[in-house]
Design a protein around this ligand. Sequence first.
Ligand SMILES: NC(=O)c1ccc[n+]([C@@H]2O[C@H](COP(=O)([O-])OP(=O)(O)OC[C@H]3O[C@@H](n4cnc5c(N)ncnc54)[C@H](O)[C@@H]3O)[C@@H](O)[C@H]2O)c1
Length: 503
Amino acid sequence: MSIQTMALVGTGVMGMGIAQIAAQAGVNVLLFDARDGAAHTGKEKLKQTLDKLQAKGKLTEDDVKATLERLVVLDKLEQIKDADLVVEAIIENLEIKQTLFKQIEAVISPEAILVSNTSSLSVTALATACQHQGRVAGFHFFNPVPLMKIVEVIAGLVTDEHVIEELLDFAKRIGHLGVRTKDTPGFIVNHTGRAYSTEGLKILGEGVTTVSEIDRILRDGAGFRMGPLELFDLTALDVSHPVMESIYNQFYQEPRYRPHPLTRQMLTAGRVGRKVGHGFYQYVDGKKIDEAPLQSVPNITIFDKVWVATDLEQDADILKQYLNAQGIELDSAEDPANDSLCIVATYGEDATTTALRLGLNPEHVVAIDMITDFNRHRTLMPSLATSRHYKDQAHAIFAKDGTGVSVIAESVGFVAQRTLAMVINLACDIAQQQIATASDIDQAVKLGLGYPFGPLSWGDHLGAERILLILERMSAITLDPRYRPSPWLQRRAHLNLSLLHTA
Ligand SMILES: NC(=O)c1ccc[n+]([C@@H]2O[C@H](COP(=O)([O-])OP(=O)(O)OC[C@H]3O[C@@H](n4cnc5c(N)ncnc54)[C@H](O)[C@@H]3O)[C@@H](O)[C@H]2O)c1
């Protein structure tokens, strides 16, 4: 309970969010902004928010009154002198933040803690502006602060341990989960986020399928709340493209974070997303107007026999049960008959590679992605040589019970497999680099990115061996080091241990 008074410098979107949760938790908050009247306006807007919460019955009149009394607007920076903790949430610019840090240090006590809400700058670099560098840390909240109950507590190279501990305690006091993070580009959450965004772009760039279909597969099939391309439209490319470039370059062009030229071009053209009415989709009044409907299902009622091959036993059971239920005759011979449709549930390959590996006639082969929830959405991948006859039959068969089906062009690792494998593998690699503990990575990403599971729990749920198989095959076929499996994943998959397991 050592922190009694917090000063908040920079009363914009993030600053006022942090001020709100601290004041609601009983902390006295001093508000300062360099722009005349900005702190007053910030407090006034916050009053309106609190009034709305009161109207909804979420706060009492006394809560609102007490919270507002704890928020004190200052005219001069020097008036923050009695703060135990100073939170900086000004413009994202190293030199401007460093200048401010010097000014702050000149007025606060030597024991006070000084933190930045930076999302992309090095905390170690920020601290070099200060006399007492050990007191400087990162305190990275997410927007909107009151709803995103997670904060990364970032230790610079010379941050004192007691500072990190006090911040973790303080985070808890104000109702957030604090996760200890090393000072590395993107910290935990924005670092992990590279996998989903860049793989979505790579899939689009390879011509695997359309914008709508990529989003649909990852949303409906894989369980993400939003597809990667609609998510780009929401965050806007003027924000997200520079972050992609910055993290990639800060890690010295590590291929796992490789951005795509398409978003640079869209940014140049001003097609930055929803806020301008045009990004990957077009928007009118904030609503998408050109999302393509599900691909239409071929009208077929007579089917050939279906021969099934799967990498995993569990997939064979699901497929055979489904085909039986739909009245499709199975070809149960060891090798397919000359006129059977061959359905292959493969991992980490394209349909051509699987057909050749299994010695099948590629004209008869359609691959199916079994990593997605079979009852929610299905992805089919014919080989380049698959005939129209078998492609259409497969589409009709797997749409027969009304479940959505996406038919995609050849892609090593379909859409969902390669994306999930990238997300899980990157989280594994962050754990391997000891940027944070496995359990903190898992919780931070779930809360910070709104994934249905933490990425390591997700890997356990889908099976670490399966994820490893996808990555090993993708690496072998594409020769792209982007897909190399992290040692963290390899060891745990081989030893049949949870991805959250630590020595
Ligand atoms: N917006 C987000 O989603 C988000 C999320 C996490 C972290 N961040 C980080 O939080 C910080 C603030 O972002 P924001 O979106 O709230 O910005 P914002 O533009 O809404 O607010 C910044 C405020 O800082 C004030 N300011 C600028 N220079 C100042 C100075 N020298 N001294 C005092 N006040 C000054 C501005 O007048 C403005 O009111 C940035 O470092 C940003 O990277 C933002």
